[in-house]
Every structure is written in structure tokens, then in C-alpha cells.
Design a protein around this ligand. Structure first.
Ligand code: F6R
Length: 241
């Protein structure tokens, strides 16, 4: 069963996960981190940068969860750019050791299979960071995604495009497709932290933790993970019984 930790501030959430990652890196300098984008994991990256100042993180490896399709990697909101700006540069990671799903691949099926191979060849993800969509998605596995799904290209729902429009000038600029790790891929991570902040996530958190496991709420798959911690603020946890 997932562990639930409620925090007063996002900084507290960031500190909690960052401390676990620092301990991991101290014992395993080439640890494999599963990297989420969006706003929820940003406090973790900020705390990590602070706690690891002066440390050499150049052996650390990383795999991002997802990428838009049809957005140039040089666009500031592509997840290639975001991972570089928020994670690789501030932490001093080696860009060669950090991969983002190749949303621009001409043969998406082949590229997705190679991404899966790369994660497997790295020995799997040691610590995976996750946000959750207001519709219960994890990575970009939208409702209806098979619980054993693997990395693949798929369409974004209108709800996700609306939620993510805040990162773009207008909703028309939000891509309609993505390449994302599957739910089955994510479930193989050895340890998972899921972060949710704000009342907009409360319904999804209740469905993820208190409703039966269902493709209606992809995050509900995490009920079967043996080492997952939901880190929630009071608003996100407000509908839990
Ligand atoms: C991002 C991702 C998404 C986000 C989710 C929540 O890599 O995979 O699942 O985690 O959409 O986004 P925020 O954190 O911006 O509310």
C-alpha cells in the first residue's frame, strides 16, 4: 500500500524526497533517477541543487517520463529543454547520461522500444519522481491507458492540453500528442515519490488511493507498488477519508 505523507509546504515536500535521493547518490554515485517535468517536482530539484552543492553528480543517470510530439526540442517548453534547464544544469549532471523520450523520432515504435531497452540496460530506475494529472494521469498515460502499457506515442486529452496551456501562450500551441513511458514501465521503478499540491488534484488523489484500481485513474495502479510515497499538501489530501 502507498505511504501517505502530508506536508505544509512544497518546499517541505521537495526536501523530503531530495534527502532520500542524496542518500541514494552517496551510496550509489551512478544511481538512476526517473525525472518528471511539470510544476510538482520543481521543489525537489531546487532542494537537490541546494543539498548537493559542491558534490560531483556527473555519474548520476536519468530518464525523463515523457515528451511532446511536434514541439521542437529547442522550444523552452519541450521536455528536452525543461529537463536541461531544471535538472541537468542546476545539478551539474552529464547531459550524455540523461535521456528524454524522443518525441521527434520518425519511427516512434522503434524509438519507444529503444527507450525501454535503455532503461532496462541501466538496471532500471532507482527513484522515480511523479506528478499526477487532474484526470489521474501519471506521465502522460491518460485515463484508459492499459495498466501494463510500455513507452509509446499517444494522444493527449483535451483536459491535459487545457491544464498545460499555462506553460504556453495559448492552448492552440499545446501539442496534441506525446511519447510517454507506460504505466508498466513506471511500475518497475524500485522506489516512487508522487507529489500533488492544490485542490485541483484532490479528486485524482482520492481516486488513486481510495477507489479500486482502474484504467479510469492511471495513478491507481500505484496501489500495487511495494515502495511508493504520496507526498501531498492539505488541499490535495482534502478528500481522503
Ligand atoms: C510530467 C508528467 C505529468 C505531470 C502532471 C502534473 O512529466 O508526466 O504527468 O506530472 O501532468 O503536472 P503538474 O505537476 O504541472 O501539475
Amino acid at each position: 500500500m502507498p505511504q501517505i505523507v502530508t506536508v505544509r509546504t512544497r518546499d517541505e515536500a521537495g526536501e523530503l524526497a531530495a534527502r532520500a535521493i542524496v542518500d541514494l547518490i552517496d551510496s550509489t554515485p551512478d544511481a538512476v533517477l526517473g525525472l518528471a517535468t511539470g510544476s510538482s517536482p520543481l521543489p525537489v530539484y531546487r532542494a537537490l541543487a541546494r543539498l548537493t552543492e559542491g558534490k560531483d553528480l556527473s555519474q548520476v543517470r536519468g530518464f525523463a517520463l515523457d515528451e511532446y510530439v511536434g514541439l521542437d526540442y529547442s522550444h523552452p517548453e519541450s521536455y528536452h529543454s525543461v529537463i536541461n534547464r531544471e535538472v541537468v544544469e542546476p545539478l551539474g549532471l552529464d547531459p550524455e547520461r540523461v535521456q528524454v523520450p524522443p518525441g521527434a523520432a520518425l519511427d516512434p515504435d522503434d524509438a519507444a522500444a529503444r527507450y525501454e531497452d535503455a532503461i532496462r540496460n541501466a538496471g532500471g530506475v532507482d527513484v522515480q519522481l511523479l506528478g499526477i494529472g487532474s484526470n489521474g494521469h501519471i506521465a502522460f498515460n491518460e485515463p484508459g491507458s492499459p495498466l501494463d502499457s510500455r513507452t509509446r506515442r499517444l494522444a493527449l486529452t483535451e483536459r491535459t492540453r487545457e491544464d498545460n496551456a499555462r506553460f504556453f501562450d495559448s492552448i492552440d500551441d499545446v501539442p496534441t500528442e506525446c511519447m510517454t513511458q507506460g504505466i508498466g514501465t513506471i511500475m518497475e521503478a524500485k522506489q516512487i515519490f508522487l507529489f500533488a499540491f492544490g485542490e485541483g488534484k484532490a479528486d485524482a488523489i482520492r481516486a488513486a488511493l481510495e477507489f479500486p484500481i482502474s484504467t479510469d485513474c492511471p495513478a491507481s495502479a500505484l496501489q500495487e507498488h511495494s515502495n511508493v510515497t504520496f507526498v501531498l499538501d492539505e488541499a490535495a489530501a482534502s478528500l481522503l477519508s
